[in-house]
Design a protein around this ligand. Sequence first.
Ligand code: BJW
Ligand code: ZN
Length: 261
Amino acid sequence: MSPHAFSRRLLDRLATAHSVVIFTGAGMSADSGVPTFRGAEGIWSRFKPEELATMHAFLRNPQLVWEWYAHRRAIISTVQPNAGHRALVALERLVARVSIVTQNIDNLHRRAGSTTVYELHGNIERNYCAKCGSPHDVGVDTASEGVPRCGHCGGLIRPDVVWFGEMLPEDEWDAAVRAAGGADVCLSVGTSGVVYPAASIPVIARRAGAFHADVNPEPGPLADGADEFIRGPAAEVLPDLVRRLEELRTPSILTAPEEGH
Ligand code: BJW
Ligand code: ZN
């Protein structure tokens, strides 16, 4: 694959940045084999997230919603972080503060080794009782056994993720807003940018003066407001970008001068 063209402005802002915030969505994990939610490629296109990812749906048909998550938990347990996740780990060697603000529940940023990760929509590896709130451990293959029940109160066990109409975890949200407000550069990666309040993270960063670049194979609402749109998959664009930055940081004696002799 040919290297992507990045603007001089983006490279300069990144090379001098003290703090970078990376806002990620389902497209970040698409190259690992985790399906996205929306669009033609999203294998959940048969179901709208608005119809499954709600407390109302869970109460109406707990088995269906539990099976959906059990199926996704099974997929996630077999996949690996991709070159894009790894590039964000490498970025920590080049920028003093790198904060990952993710809408993903798949834990792949942490598994790759990123140190500061704010999970706005929870984590599929955790579960809790919908009635009394106690945490509950479940295995990977739980679809066939039906929805587990709480050992304390008999309530239904649900994944520790944020459904429509539910508040985001306050600590993670506050930390994400702080990181966005103090960022020199914001990269949004692989998100359709239609779910709020998460989608306001790049807006908060821009208002505070950050340079905002959106990375996606297809332009969407976030690309419209961004300072730069970089078209391509995360697993290609992010390693290219980090490589370019590394070159800028370590001028090699083997590199020929660009002009003159
Ligand atoms: C690639 C790629 C590759 C492909 N490389 N890219 C303001 C206005 C209107 C509505 C609201 C508003 N504020 C709040 C709302 C209501 C609602 C909302 O936003 N609705 C809109 C949909 C209209 N928000 C909420 O309800 C939130 N809570 C809230 O507001 O609380 C306050 C409140 C309390 C009580 C009453 C009322 C309000 C909670 C939202 C929770 C969202 N939850 C989900 C499920 C999480 C668990 C799970 O995973 O199952 O989060 S829904 C789903 O969407 C999931 C995702 O995190 C989220 C975002 O999706 P994402 O990541 O952008 O994925 P896709 O598939 O949409 O996009 C993938 C992208 O990747 C595409 O762009 C591709 O092109 C790209 N791509 N391959 C890079 N290789
Ligand atoms: Zn309980």
